[in-house]
Design a protein. Structure first.
Length: 283
């Protein structure tokens, strides 16, 4: 079962209950942090663990944020968000044990790290949420899919949802195994879209357009079409049909793209390959 978390407007974090610890403030962690602050989270309610903080993150210390405090010195937070690279997980997770458990919810955005893996280094019985965001989170247009363990209370579930919604839409699933396919579709998906723009630009240049014009046409066409898809209530298939005149130029191109060995079977193979790799990385 999958559920969507929010309407068009993310919830305010001005009434955040307690303190929040962010472990890792790189690209994705930084995007979450920026979203939280925009939603009204007070900097004084934050503790950030980041050995190489950006100037923006370092500047939060003057506004009350605890930067790289000793974890043992922190009171039990309402939530701990883990945004480090997956290859650093084995080193980081045992360090979080002193501030985990009880009413604290552990929220991970690390790719491939399962609920079981996360639980190994933490006190037993704690609330843990695993999630998979994607890079459009950097502009508040991401989508995240999350799954919670059985110990997560409704209040902790709602809190994790509020934190994730700071960077875009949130979907929840009950079956953790779906996260591998989620990673292949939405986690890796932005790269597929960028490749489409890249390939379309190269095709335009090959057809005789100046390379810089072809690149601009491809960029704006992909961006504009994506925005039209987002705003429209119509399915993607209907939008495609609406721009395709029988016997016209678009139809000629789609005859190639929708052939037996065309785009759809190729994308099925790509998503299947990414799904397999996600399972391999999870062990």
């Amino acid at each position: 079962m999958s559920t969507s978390s929010r309407s068009n407007e993310p919830p305010s974090l001005g009434d955040f209950p307690g303190t929040l610890v962010l472990v890792g403030a790189g690209k994705m962690g930084g995007a979450l942090l920026e979203g939280w602050l925009q939603l009204g989270l007070a900097p004084a309610k934050l503790a950030v663990i980041e050995p190489l903080p950006s100037s923006e993150v370092a500047g939060l210390a003057a506004r009350g944020t605890k930067l790289n405090p000793a974890l043992q010195s922190l009171p039990k937070p309402a939530a701990v968000v883990i945004a480090v690279k997956p290859q650093n997980a084995a080193e980081i997770m045992p360090l979080l044990a002193p501030i985990a458990g009880g009413s604290t919810v552990i929220l991970s955005i690390m790719a491939g790290k399962t609920l079981g893996f996360l639980a190994q280094s933490l006190p037993p019985g704690g609330a843990i949420v695993r999630s998979m965001p994607n890079t459009p989170a950097a502009i508040g247009r991401g989508i995240t899919v999350a799954v919670a363990n059985a110990q997560t209370t409704p209040a902790q579930h709602a809190l994790a949802d509020r934190l994730l919604a700071a960077t875009g839409l949130v979907e929840w699933v009950d079956d953790e195994s779906l996260l591998d396919a989620v990673t292949a579709v939405s986690g890796s998906g932005p790269a597929y879209v960028f490749l489409l723009a890249e390939s379309l630009a190269k095709a335009g240049a090959a057809a005789g357009l100046p390379a810089d014009l072809a690149a601009r046409l491809a960029r704006e066409t992909v961006a504009g079409s994506g925005e039209l898809l987002r705003r429209s209530a119509l399915d993607a298939a209907v939008l495609r049909q609406n721009v395709t005149s029988p016997g016209g130029t678009t139809a000629a191109a789609l005859d190639v793209l929708m052939a037996e060995q065309g785009l759809e079977p190729l994308l099925r193979k790509a998503v299947a390959a990414a799904t397999r790799r996600s399972r391999e990385l999870a062990g």
